[in-house]
Design a protein around this ligand. Structure first.
Ligand code: PMP
Ligand code: GLU
Length: 404
């Protein structure tokens, strides 16, 4: 059979220009090394190591037994959309009706829906950097122009109102960020969102996608939502989901809350691509919300303990310079102090080189910062056991000590 690569121009420009997800690629590499018998500690994938809470699993079993096996309404079961509206009122003081909610197959699909529904070819999309790897690629899929603005380490990598002001042009259509942030763990305070909103108020053509999927993993307490600021509420699309807070990555349920016109557009797009999300997962998600936040808080307490452990372990690793993550479960040190060093004649020239060196020599998988817009950093997930974290950073420390 002819190899696909031998047939010229078979694939679209769209897919040829698209990068594979760096987080997923590294997780795949770690699994392959593991399958070859290496004792790999995988800190690459952003995934809770906890099981989904039992009451949620029970609701899924019940859904099967009760016959929830048919196609679902495209934007989600009315019951789940109502539970999400209740949650937004309870936790975020946001007043939305079920018609403003669209449930999707993971927040990743929610984000893709929003970008594809809002962005025309050539529209500029401001992405607060460092950013989650899929943002830029989804914007490229929509033929938008990513405009990245970089937060500074001194400001915990948070973009300021002044930076935003400077980046907006008449072509800006959308601003995208996550708070708590993947990969930095930075959390915008209410005051910081207010100052960003003040800038956005002056530019009514600009929409805002606020990705709040790590909302429940917040070590400082306060979570603020851009949509709670009246002046920009109608232009803000809040993205959230069940993967992180409820440890439900494999169930694939995410959602948006947005102006009805945007929600209707996402519903239409989804009707042509995936239809409604899995019936059983939706019933489980509704049960998750009905059960409140207790299980999420328990898991968040474990992430906080692990964050503190990792910060302690990093003190023994010279040249790893980091902000203190206020939420999510990643640490994102600047590792550029190692650039130019070498081992056995091989020089480390980039974060990618260093992450491959760490993978090969310490058997610890982590994701290099290039795909997050921060080529001087490496992302380590601390959503794993204390023992593994201690072992991983001990191995990293000794392999880095060999670099000269
Ligand atoms: N946004 C951010 C910032 C994420 O880290 C993730 C994790 N994959 C997602 C969205 C998508 O989550 P999911 O598709 O699992 O709901
Ligand atoms: N959000 C996770 C991460 O950043 C999951 C992987 C993905 O969907 O890209 O690692």
């Amino acid at each position: 059979m002819q190899e696909l690569g031998e047939i010229s121009n078979i694939l679209s420009d769209r897919i040829t220009a698209l990068e594979e997800s760096a987080t997923i690629a590294m997780a795949k590499k770690a699994r392959e090394l593991g399958a070859q018998g290496f004792d790999v500690i995988n800190l690459s994938f952003g995934e809770p190591d906890f099981q989904t809470p039992q009451y949620i699993k029970d609701a899924a079993k019940q859904a099967i037994d009760e016959g929830f096996t048919f196609y679902t309404p495209v934007p989600g079961y009315p019951e789940l959309r109502q539970e999400i509206a209740n949650k937004l009122m309870r936790d975020n003081n946001l007043d939305y009706k079920p018609e403003n909610i669209v449930v999707s197959t993971g927040a990743k699909q929610s984000i893709a829906n929003v970008v594809l529904c809002l962005v025309n070819p050539g529209d500029e999309v401001i992405i607060f950097s460092p950013y989650w790897v899929s943002y830029e690629e989804i914007v490229k899929l929509a033929e938008g122009v990513p405009v990245k603005i970089m937060g500074t380490l001194e400001n915990d990598y948070k973009v300021t109102a002044e930076q935003l002001e400077q980046a907006i042009t008449p072509k800006t259509k959308l601003v995208m960020y996550s708070s708590p942030s993947n990969p930095t763990g930075a959390v915008f305070t209410e005051e910081e969102l207010q100052s960003l909103a003040k800038v956005l108020e002056k530019h009514p053509q600009v929409h805002i996608m606020a990705d709040e999927i790590y909302e429940y993993i917040n070590f400082e307490g306060g979570h603020a939502s851009m949509a709670s600021i009246d002046a920009v509420k109608d232009r803000t699309i809040t993205v959230n989901g069940f993967s992180k807070g409820y440890a439900m990555t494999g169930w694939r349920v995410g959602y948006i809350a947005a102006h009805k016109d945007i929600a209707t557009a996402c519903d239409k797009l989804q009707s042509q691509i995936t239809s409604g999300t899995n019936s059983i997962a939706q019933k489980a998600a509704a049960a998750a919300l009905k059960g409140g936040k207790a299980s999420a808080e328990e898991m968040s307490a474990a992430y906080l303990r692990r964050r503190n452990l990792v910060l302690d372990l990093l003190k023994d690793i010279p040249g790893f310079v980091t902000s203190v993550p206020a939420g999510a479960f990643y640490i994102f040190p600047d590792v550029s102090a190692y650039f130019g060093k070498s081992h056995n004649g091989k020089t480390i020239n980039s974060a990618l080189d260093l992450s491959m060196y760490i993978l090969t020599n310490a058997h610890v998988a982590a994701v290099s910062g290039e795909a997050f817009g921060a080529p001087q950093c490496i992302r380590f997930s601390f959503a794993t056991s204390d023992e593994k974290l201690v072992e991983a950073f001990t191995r990293i420390r000794s392999c880095l000590a060999e670099l000269q």
